[in-house]
Structure formats: structure tokens, C-alpha cells
Write a protein of this length. Structure first.
Length: 317
């Protein structure tokens, strides 16, 4: 097991290193000059040159990269070129908001997706099975921005039951915070629940038709115990899907936060792109990538515990 975990940790470190290069270079491939944006289109060339020197934009890109990585490893992501606030401070303000939204979306996705998948598999061929499959198809097909606008139109404008947009911190007013996060969480969690539903259904059907279940059935084991044991063995698929869907959840959060005017990571990235704010954009994307890699590392370890054959395949003895 130790060898398996070491392999996964090394793979995660290499992935983070390569991702940091892609993020750093990709940000600089964006059209527009951040120094010119800060100075203004009609600024004196000397002012533009001074801004480039201040933020190190006049150095070779490889020197900029190693300077950035060295500072980032110490928790210093630079200073925002727009308002001169440390990027780490901005990220610490915005990260809890997106984590709350993602956590609520995962809760929605797991509750709806697992329930629908189990019901669909156990009652295969019934109306509930067909309804769950239709729900899964709709959830995978409908884009977040369209679903978000429909949710605002129906729940906020027509029914006036929930706020259409805005954010209130949980520490200020927990009740109002949850009221304003319900719609974004439902919109973001719908796609995840659809994926979980289909994967849970497929995995559970496969386990219910396995030899050990047929043997237990022939011995008179109850249906509930059959489903319980089959579901336990299906959890490896569910855990893997949850880890893989984190990237889609982050991408969906960018759109969802923009629609519902939530000041989280998504809106921060959009604003940073518009302002050519390199330090904020690099820091936000790098933190998001790091989170994605760490979650997938945790998923690999959890998968190994749930499925011992995975450890053996990874080299553990």
C-alpha cells in the first residue's frame, strides 16, 4: 500500500508541475498587454515600460516562470495589478464561497444521483427506471447557463420564492446565505446528479447480475441484503466518477457564479481575464488545478482501499 501511495503522490507532483507550466504560458498567450491595460491606451511609453519592469513583465518568460513558482511555493502569488492587493488575500476571500457552492452542489448531486440510480437499477424496466433515465439524459444535455436562467425565471420571478442573485456570507446571516445558494447549488448539482445516476445504475446492475449475488439469491438471501452488498461493491465506480467530475464542477461553477452574481472563484477568473490581471488569473487557476489534483489523489487512495485489486495492480504487495 505504501508503494502504491508513493506512486500516486509522485504522479500528482509531476502533474502539478506540468499544469503550472501550462497555466503560466497559457495566461500569457491571452491577447492584450496587461501593462498597456493598466497604463491606458494613450499612456506614455515610458510609463508602460515602468509598469512592465515593476511586475517583471520585461524579463524572459522562463525567468518569470521560475520566479513565480518559487514565490508560489511560499504562498506568495504576487500582487493584483488592478488594485494592488496581495493575490493570496483575494484567493482566501473568494475560495470559501466557491467551496460552499461546490459542497452544496455535490450534496445535491449525490442525494439525487445515488437515489435515482439505485431505484432505476432495482426497478429495472419500470416507470421509475424510464423516468430516471429521462432525467439523466436531460441533466447531461441541458447547459448550466440555460438551466440557471430558467431557474431564475421560475423560482425567483414567477414564484418569488428565492432570490435571483447576490451573495450573503454564512457568518453574517446563515438563513439568507442558504436561501441565496439553493438555486446555484441545484443548477450546478443537476449535471453531477445525472452522471452519478447513470454510473450508479450501470455499476449496480452489473453487481446484481454477478455470480456472488446469484449464489446468495439461491440461498434465500433477502432482496434488501442483495442490494446492500451489491451497492457496497458499486461504490468504487461512484467514488471514481465523483473525482473525475470535479473538473466539470469547477467549469460549471464559473458559469453559475457569473449568472447568479456570486463573488467566488468563477467570477474572479472572469474578471481577471477581462482586466488581463495575470497574478490573480494565475493564482486562481493554479489553486483550482491543485485542488483538482489533490481530490483525484484522494480518490485514488480511497479506490485502493475499496478495491484491493487496485493496490496489487499499482505495485503494492
Amino acid at each position: 500500500m505504501a508503494r502504491f501511495m508513493l506512486q500516486r503522490v509522485i504522479t500528482s507532483i509531476v502533474t502539478l508541475f506540468l499544469a503550472s507550466i501550462v497555466v503560466f504560458v497559457g495566461v500569457r498567450l491571452l491577447p492584450g498587454d496587461p501593462a498597456l491595460v493598466l497604463a491606458g491606451e494613450t499612456a506614455d511609453p515610458a510609463v508602460v515600460a515602468a509598469i512592465r519592469e515593476q511586475f517583471g513583465l520585461n524579463q524572459p518568460i522562463w525567468i518569470q516562470y521560475f520566479n513565480y513558482v518559487g514565490q508560489a511555493l511560499q504562498g506568495n502569488f504576487g500582487v493584483s495589478t488592478r488594485d494592488r492587493i496581495p493575490v493570496a488575500e483575494i484567493l482566501l476571500q473568494r475560495l470559501p464561497i466557491t467551496l460552499e457552492l461546490a459542497g452544496l452542489a455535490i450534496l445535491v448531486g449525490v442525494l439525487i444521483g445515488l437515489t435515482a440510480g439505485i431505484v432505476s437499477a432495482v426497478k429495472r424496466g419500470s416507470f421509475a427506471d424510464y423516468a430516471a433515465n429521462v432525467f439523466g439524459l436531460i441533466g447531461l444535455s441541458v447547459p448550466h447557463f440555460w438551466l440557471g436562467m430558467l431557474a431564475i425565471l421560475f423560482f425567483a420571478i414567477n414564484l418569488q420564492a428565492l432570490p435571483a442573485s447576490g451573495y450573503v456570507a454564512f457568518t453574517e446571516d446563515p438563513g439568507e446565505n442558504l436561501r441565496r445558494m439553493i438555486l446555484p447549488a441545484l443548477v450546478l448539482g443537476t449535471g453531477l446528479s445525472a452522471v452519478l445516476m447513470r454510473q450508479t445504475r450501470a455499476a449496480l446492475l452489473g453487481q446484481l447480475s454477478a455470480d456472488y449475488v446469484r449464489t446468495a439469491r439461491s440461498k434465500g438471501v433477502s432482496r434488501n441484503r442483495e442490494v446492500k452488498h451489491a451497492l457496497r461493491n458499486s461504490l468504487t465506480t461512484v467514488v471514481t466518477v465523483l473525482g473525475l467530475q470535479l473538473g466539470a464542477l469547477i467549469g460549471g461553477a464559473i458559469i453559475t457564479e457569473q449568472i447568479f452574481v456570486i463573488p467566488g472563484f468563477g467570477k474572479l477568473i472572469i474578471d481577471a481575464v477581462s482586466a488581463r490581471n495575470y497574478p490573480v488569473l494565475q493564482g486562481a487557476v493554479l489553486v483550482a488545478v491543485t485542488g483538482y489534483v489533490l481530490v483525484n489523489l484522494a480518490v485514488d487512495i480511497a479506490y485502493a482501499y475499496l478495491n484491493p485489486r487496485m493496490r496489487l495492480a499499482g505495485g503494492a504487495r
